[in-house]
Design a protein around this ligand. Structure first.
Ligand code: MN
Length: 285
């Protein structure tokens, strides 16, 4: 059975410092898509030479994971636990904040000097209570390490980060069994998939226009689907780029406070206390 489309949600324009940002979730229209919490789309933005780069200096996280898709430009990730890595266009950064760390997401020295196009999408994925306090972990993968599966005579490319598609397996081993990918489609290209019954889909149109299960969705739109059904069918009405993920909802209470996402207010107070008392480590740029 095809998944039903419940609603199309518009991302809202909400720039961060001088960085163009479209926030697809949370908005007044949608709070979360359990287990997916947050989706920001930065750029595409043209930086001139001698720019300041991305504005995300040192800040803490606890209780969830982040997946950052670097579509254009680069991101230098630094954190208080694992060190530093520079990921360029086509790569991803997967961070399990777990019990907590401090990180920064900035631009490389080369990018700040030369400038160029930057486009980044960041997704926050929740952790269930039993995994909220796991050890922090970071993995940066360049484009070459992400399988690009060619479908529909080359009109569709599925870039698989985690989970399985047909006989292919993504390079990241998600502890919550998330399927995560980006899809590039040429006009007229068709893609279909089936997933376990009860899955929550995160489907976001980065650019272009597609028909998904009979409903049209375009740039900066987040498509909310029902949990019932297992099939998705996509047809590109224009050349398009998509975020396509799914996972099993945890159905746990979510208490979010800035960079911390826990189950209770008490756990949020502990996170703030641990951060302020230096338990999440320190990071200087
Ligand atoms: Mn962050």
């Amino acid at each position: 059975m095809q998944k039903q489309i419940n609603q199309i949600h518009e991302a809202i324009y909400d720039p961060i410092a001088d960085l163009s940002t479209w926030r697809a979730m949370p908005t007044r229209s949608i709070n979360n898509l359990d287990p997916f919490l947050f989706l920001n789309h930065h750029g595409p933005q043209n930086y001139g030479p001698n720019n300041n780069g991305l504005p995300f200096g040192p800040h803490p996280h606890r209780g969830f994971e982040t997946l950052t898709f670097v579509l254009q430009g680069d991101i230098t990730h630094k954190d208080s636990v694992t060190g530093e890595s520079v990921i360029t266009a086509g790569g991803i950064q997967w961070m399990t904040a777990g019990k907590g760390l401090i990180h920064a997401e900035v631009s490389s020295d080369e990018f700040k000097q030369k400038g160029g196009m930057e486009e980044v999408i960041q997704l926050w994925m929740n952790l269930p209570s039993k995994y909220k306090m796991v050890d922090p972990k970071y993995m940066g993968l360049q484009k070459e390490s992400i399988p690009s599966i060619s479908l529909d005579n080359g009109k569709v490319q599925l870039n698989l980060v985690s989970g399985t598609y047909q006989s292919h397996e993504g390079p990241i081993d998600s502890i919550t069994n998330l399927f995560t990918s980006t899809i590039n489609m040429s006009k007229g290209g068709q893609f279909e998939d089936s997933m376990p019954e009860g899955s929550q889909v995160l489907f976001y149109v980065i650019n272009g226009e597609v028909e998904v299960n009979g409903i049209t969705a375009k740039e900066h739109q987040l498509v909310e689907m029902g949990l019932e059904g297992e099939k998705i069918e996509v047809r590109a009405l224009e050349d398009s780029q998509l975020i396509y993920c799914y996972g099993t909802p945890f159905k746990e209470p979510i208490v979010a406070h800035g960079p911390f996402v826990m189950n209770t207010q008490q756990e949020i107070r502990e996170a703030i206390y641990d951060y302020q008392s230096g338990k999440l480590g320190s990071l200087s740029l």
